[in-house]
Structure formats: C-alpha cells, structure tokens
Write a protein of this length. Structure first.
Ligand SMILES: C[S@@+](CC[C@H](N)C(=O)[O-])C[C@H]1O[C@@H](n2cnc3c(N)ncnc32)[C@H](O)[C@@H]1O
Length: 290
C-alpha cells in the first residue's frame, strides 16, 4: 500500500487477498466493512466509488484496521464498534459478546409465543450482555416490561448505552448480579437467556477471534453446560404458571439439558433449530395453566 494511487477497488482486492491468505473465511466482506468504516461511509457507497482514489490519511487509518484484523484476528464488530442484531445497531466493545445471528432464533420464538404486539408481558433476559435480546423484544413488544441481568457491570454499561441510543431506556430495568440473584422472589411471563455455554475442552480448537470476547460470556465448565444446569435448577421458581422459557444452547447439548429441565418440573420441552438447521435453543413451559 505505498506510493501508487490506490482506488477503493484496489484496496478491497488487496485486502481480500491478504485476509484470505491469513485464513479469514469472510475476507471480502471484512475488507469492505473495514474500508467503509475507515472512510466513514457504508458498504453500498463503496461500490459506487470503486474508482475513487483513497488519500494517504484515510489509508493510514485503514492500514491499522487491516493489521488488527489480519494479524491479531480482532473481530470486525470490535474494530467498527458495532453489530446489527434483529435489524437494530448495537454498540459492541470487548466487554460484551458480539450478538450472533443464531440468537435471533430466540427472538422469533418469543414473538411467536406472544403474537399480540400489545401484550403487557413481564420478560426476564438473563445474561443480557450488550442487551441484544432485551432490546429486540422491547422494540417488538412495546407494552412489555423487561428486566435484564448480567454479572458483568461493564457489559451492563454497554447495554444501557445501547438502550439510550435506541430510545428504549424507559422500557428495560438493568440489574447486576449472579444468575437469578437480582430477581429473587420475582416471577415472569417469559424468560429468555443466551448464557455462556462453550466447553473448556474446545478452547484450543476455537477460532482465534473468540479470544477477544469476554471469557465469562463464553465458557461454562468442561463441557459448557455448568451454567445451563444452574438455570435449569432455578428457573421454575421464576416462571408464572404455564409461562415459557427460551434457552439458547450449543449444538449437541440438547440431550443433556432437556432432561434437567424436565427434572425441574418444566413441560413440553422442545428443541428449536436455527436457520442453518442446527439445534440452537430449548423451549419449555412451567407447569400449570396460563
Ligand atoms: C453468551 S453471552 C450473551 C449476551 C447476549 N445475551 C447475547 O445474546 O448476545 C453471556 C452473558 O452472560 C453473562 N454471565 C456470565 N456468567 C454469568 C452469571 N453467573 N450470572 C449472570 N450473567 C452471567 C456474561 O457476562 C455475558 O454477558
């Protein structure tokens, strides 16, 4: 990237090849996202500006992003500071898990369970991180009262900023604490959670990008089910009669976690699949009539 005139297209091509040579699967997409970020524009605009020369000052900022992505494998969302989830833009920092598209499975299931847009439901988002689930539900169900909890104070700060930016601050109560401790004695019409569920035993084989996300958001014991087991043990006492639980799990954990939910008295335990067809969540119901 030296003396010659570099156009937008030159930079995209060079960077795509560079990222591909480093084993990054989404090389072209990443190159475009980072260049758009460095030029303070959007990806579509890059296509219009393919032949436009990029000035040295802009290239310097881009070079730094390329280095951090290619050499340090920092995720694009952390470099740009944002990620889309459920068509909403979330601020992302190293203090929060980057919201994943698979987690939209939980949002779709929640909206199906409560199709009435005006439903005044009380919802708990346990392990809220960036606030992705709580805020997507707050947006879709404007009469819902949402409580969102996390053990990480730093994550909750990011979530609160996301709520403010999305104009949803009044709709969510943010509580800090371990598991159900912040909501002792409370019951909800719906509990949703994407807790940590990555197995320690998989640590060495994980994509290098995961090293940049908070450990506490990812790992949960040797086989990843430690926290899921805690949720299963305590969740029934926080659900109203007949109220549903939507719990994200890792693919392959369904056969271990479903029996824990049944043992805790939950009924109608079902596996939900994501768009790729992989088991992604469990749905269950507390006993009793709604
Ligand atoms: C997998 S991330 C999910 C974040 C967000 N819900 C999402 O779907 O993008 C799990 C979150 O659980 C939080 N967490 C980890 N251990 C916890 C605990 N013992 N009690 C409450 N939250 C916990 C982490 O801080 C992290 O924000």
């Amino acid at each position: 990237m030296s003396q010659k005139t570099w156009t937008v297209l030159d930079l995209i091509r060079w960077t795509t090849d560079h990222f591909a040579s480093k084993g990054i699967e989404t090389a072209r997409l990443d190159a475009e996202c980072l260049l758009a970020h460095a030029l303070e524009t959007d990806r579509l605009r890059l296509y219009i500006d393919y032949e436009k020369p990029v000035l040295e000052g802009e290239r310097a900022a881009f070079r730094e992003l390329v280095k951090r992505r290619g050499d340090e494998r920092v995720p694009v969302a952390q470099l740009t500071g944002r990620r889309e989830f459920w068509s909403l833009t979330f601020e992302v920092t190293p203090d929060v898990l980057i919201p994943r598209p698979e987690t939209e499975t939980l949002i779709e299931a929640a909206l199906q369970l409560f199709p009435d847009v005006e439903a005044p439901i009380r919802v708990l988002d346990l392990c809220t991180g960036s606030g992705a689930i709580a805020l997507a539900l707050a947006k879709e169900r404007p009469k819902a009262r949402i409580t969102a909890t996390d053990v990480s104070a730093a994550a909750l700060e990011v979530a609160k900023r996301n709520a403010e930016r999305l104009g949803l601050s009044e709709r969510v109560a943010w509580l800090e604490g371990d598991a159900f401790e912040p909501v002792v004695g409370e019951r909800f019409d719906l509990i949703v959670s994407n807790p940590p569920y990555v197995a320690e035993s998989e640590r060495a084989s994980l994509a290098p990008e995961l090293a940049h996300e908070p450990e506490g958001a990812l790992f949960a014991g040797a086989d990843g089910t430690d926290f899921l087991r805690r949720i299963a043990a305590d969740v029934a006492s926080h659900l109203e009669a007949g109220a549903p639980l939507l719990l994200e799990i890792g693919s392959g954990q369904e056969d271990r976690v479903a029996p824990w939910l049944e043992a805790a008295g939950l009924e109608e335990v079902a596996v939900l699949r994501d768009l790729a067809g992989r088991p992604r969540a469990l749905r269950a119901r507390a006993r009793g009539l709604r």
